[in-house]
Ligand binder design. Structure first.
Ligand code: 2AM
Ligand code: CA
Length: 259
């Protein structure tokens, strides 16, 4: 896609996401919380309302189809498709009231080319375009450290991953320690912004990570599946997003090193 066209789409995407963030902060309606696949997999009426708003705006402006977590579906990923998670970190939206995001990506034949991740409560807008770099509130993120060991960084992951990956607890003990914020999109932009060295999650969906994958790549991070195979944001699965040498070190320690 030509750069001016991409930047025009980005401007519109950012303006739309900022309006959606205002809706999340002042919904003016009951949340009406319901459980989906499990008692901790929640959705509110605000999630649905925001997805509907973003989908309507984007479809009207661009004509491209929209895939969203709360019901918008596409026939295929051919050509240009928007991917939206209206609230990434819905548990935080309900319980901790911070660390939730609106995540919006435009994919071209399954490859993210435009990304917006809005940290709603912190009012930070992370953006990227393919080949155009990554930004936070219009300031370049700069390149992440590409010469540092996983033992010298903070890692982001969750109890479920520690339970599922026998070697992970030891790796975390060797590192500077681990954190968990509860929004995959925000955790990935922490890595892109250079505050955490790596993020490991075994069960993400396309709308959780499509935008943050581009933001990570544009700041020099490596984004792959947990076992090092290439990331296809169209498929559910695992993600290992990290600074380059942290990524290779984690891959060796978690997967490749002999038992
Ligand atoms: P959500 O809030 O949009 O559901 C929490 O672990 C983070 O992972 C959130 O970004 C959450 O997104 C996402 N997630 C998506 N599917 C998940 C799953 N099956 N188990 C755990 N987390 C999931
Ligand atoms: Ca969500």
């Amino acid at each position: 896609m030509e750069k001016p066209e991409l930047l025009k789409l980005l401007d519109y995407a950012v303006a739309t996401v900022k309006k959606a963030a205002a809706m999340a902060l002042e919904p003016g309606m009951e949340l009406n919380i319901t459980a989906k696949s499990s008692r901790n997999d929640l959705v509110t009426d605000v999630d649905k309302e925001i997805e509907q708003f973003i989908a309507n705006q984007l479809l009207e402006f661009s004509g491209y189809p929209v895939l969203g977590e709360e019901g918008h579906q596409v026939d295929s990923f051919e050509g240009r498709v928007w991917l939206v998670d209206p609230i990434d970190g819905t548990m935080n939206y309900i319980e901790t009231k911070r660390d939730y995001a609106i995540s919006l990506a435009l994919c071209e034949n399954g490859v993210p080319v435009l990304a917006v991740v809005q940290d709603v409560v912190a009012d930070k807008t992370y953006t990227a375009t393919l080949g155009g770099g990554a930004y936070c509130n219009d300031l370049p993120l700069g390149a992440v450290n590409s010469d540092i060991d996983y033992r010298q960084v903070v890692l982001l992951t969750d109890l479920k991953e520690i339970r599922a990956l026998p070697r992970l607890a030891q790796v975390l003990e060797e590192s500077r320690g681990h954190r968990r914020y509860g929004s995959a999109a925000l955790e990935m932009v922490e890595v892109a912004a250079g505050r955490a060295g790596g993020f490991i999650h075994l069960w993400v969906s396309p709308w959780d990570i499509a935008a943050a994958t581009l933001i990570c790549r544009e700041s020099g991070c490596i984004v792959s599946r947990f076992d090092g195979t290439s990331m296809d944001v169209r498929q559910k699965g695992s993600v290992l997003a990290a600074w380059p040498t942290v990524h290779s070190g984690l891959l060796y320690r978690l997967v490749q090193a002999p038992a």
